[in-house]
Design a protein. Structure first.
Length: 471
């Protein structure tokens, strides 16, 4: 018969939980909007932001567009000053002698040099993130509001301008060349907009040295933005490439083509590269101070020569010889020794090009430059071979015999003038006269001998070169 069948096939009844018709299913609870940080009123959210540092503000600005807008508005408020410029609120900044006026601050503030670079680099990164959706020129103009609140009053402008240069290049790090070109144009327009800081200084009518404060501010700005802080954190080759681009951008936008373009470019380069002190740009060094050694000449003119090399690369903005001819007269005629120092640093190719063009226009000018070249060759204890080659080039470059005689006579008059000035200095008991006498004597002896050969013996170039090598 077997056992009776059990109800194993029956389904067990499930116990269902009843829910109210009003309540939402669990998944919908996550879709309901909750109040967030961006929903706080303006004063409350600024109070919250005041407890953050620049890195935290930068990360917050990348979260939502609403928070980015709130961070930007906070950055323009007075309450944001300690957050944006912590390097101006340290004990070292309070003890600094140079003070800067900050918009919204009741007192002038100093700048801590030990933390200023990091501070302004992070500020540039914040501006980079806040303006990432704007066109290039608009990005630069909006970002300028951050540092536009700082005003140079008295003392050295260099620390503040250096910090601003760090800010600008942190903002533009990674940009394409065409974007940097557009940004450079916008930067110069803003700098020049207030009181025509730059364009006035480049006019031929302006007397260099007459407005020391304006010149110092402009020099510090140009040096920082267009050279010193360019291309941070890249390899040497890329750094030189970008420096070359930035000096070309500067010349292109600050000195447009026209009748006075050559003079304007000459003034621009000298304004950017001439050493400066708190008393002003040292224009008088070109007219009075002779470099004692090659190292001193390199310290004074090394940056100028570097910028000239950048501009001489193809395509040339201006002929190098024309630029040098104008530069050696700014603000007045340079000492021949300083002309010679620049030519020696530039190299023989540029020197030959300059002298051959100068001999066409004026025998006196080429004699002035050649004398300086010979004197500094002797002072730097270099062989005279290159000097003799340049004299050969000049003589061969003059077709008429009368013009050749006039050239040699001009060189001899220039050397004679140097001897006269040396005697006056010796009588006045000046320190440099004794050492300078040895160099002038050597130049007169060596160059005088070669000039006699060229003028009267008619030695061919090959024989002249052999004599040069023997010496």
């Amino acid at each position: 018969m077997g056992l009776p069948r059990t109800g194993r096939g029956k389904k067990r009844s499930s116990q269902s939980t009843s829910q109210d018709n009003d309540s939402s299913p669990p998944k919908r609870l996550h879709l309901s909007q909750k109040p967030g940080l961006a929903d706080l009123d303006g004063k409350a959210i600024q109070h919250v932001f005041s407890f953050l540092n620049l890195n935290e503000l930068s990360r917050l600005a990348m979260s939502t567009r609403s928070l980015a807008s709130n961070v930007f508005n906070f950055s323009l408020s007075v309450k944001a000053l300690p957050t944006l410029f912590p390097s101006m609120f340290t004990p070292a900044a309070r003890a600094a002698q140079t003070r800067y006026k900050v918009e919204g601050s009741p007192t002038a503030l100093g700048l801590d040099p030990s933390s200023a670079r990091l501070n302004f680099r992070r500020l540039g990164e914040l501006a980079k993130r806040l303006t990432c959706l704007l066109p290039t020129k608009e990005r630069v103009k909006v970002s300028a509001k951050f540092v536009g609140r700082l005003t140079y009053q008295e003392g050295s402008a260099a620390p503040l301008m250096s910090a601003i240069g760090v800010f600008i290049h942190a903002l533009m790090r990674g940009w394409e060349d065409v974007e940097c070109r557009s940004a450079a144009d916008a930067i110069l327009q803003m700098f020049n907009a207030g009181e025509e800081q730059l364009s006035e200084l480049l006019t031929e009518e302006y007397i260099l040295g007459s407005r020391m404060r304006q010149e110092l501010l402009t020099r510090s700005f140009l040096y920082s933005v267009f050279h010193q802080e360019v291309a941070p954190g890249v390899n040497r080759a890329e750094g030189r490439r970008q420096q070359r681009l930035w000096i070309r951008y500067l010349v292109t936008f600050a000195c447009p083509p026209g009748r006075n373009q050559v003079v304007a470019v000459a003034r621009l380069l000298l304004l950017m590269t001439t050493p400066a002190r708190d008393q002003g740009v040292q224009w008088v060094d070109h007219e009075e101070a002779i470099p004692a050694t090659m190292a001193v000449a390199s310290a004074r003119y090394g940056l100028l020569v570097s910028q000239l090399h950048h501009l001489s690369n193809q395509p040339q903005i201006l002929p190098l010889a024309d630029l040098l001819a104008a530069m050696f007269k700014q603000p007045t005629r340079w000492l021949p020794e300083n002309v010679g120092s620049v030519l020696l640093l530039l190299g023989q190719v540029a020197t030959k090009q300059f002298l051959l063009q100068a001999v066409v226009t004026s025998a006196e000018e080429v004699a002035h430059a050649f004398t300086g070249l010979a004197l500094m060759t002797a002072r730097f204890r270099r062989p005279f071979t290159a000097v003799f080659h340049r004299l050969d080039d000049l003589v061969e470059g003059v077709e008429e015999e009368g013009e050749r005689d006039a050239l040699l006579s001009a060189i001899w008059r220039s050397l004679t003038q140097e001897v006269r000035e040396l005697r006056v200095a010796q009588q006045a008991g000046e320190d440099w006269a004794e050492e300078g006498g040895m160099h002038i004597f050597k130049v007169v002896r060596e160059v005088g001998k070669r000039m006699m050969e060229k003028a009267y013996m008619g030695l061919p170039r090959a024989e002249s070169s052999a004599l040069s090598n023997e010496e």
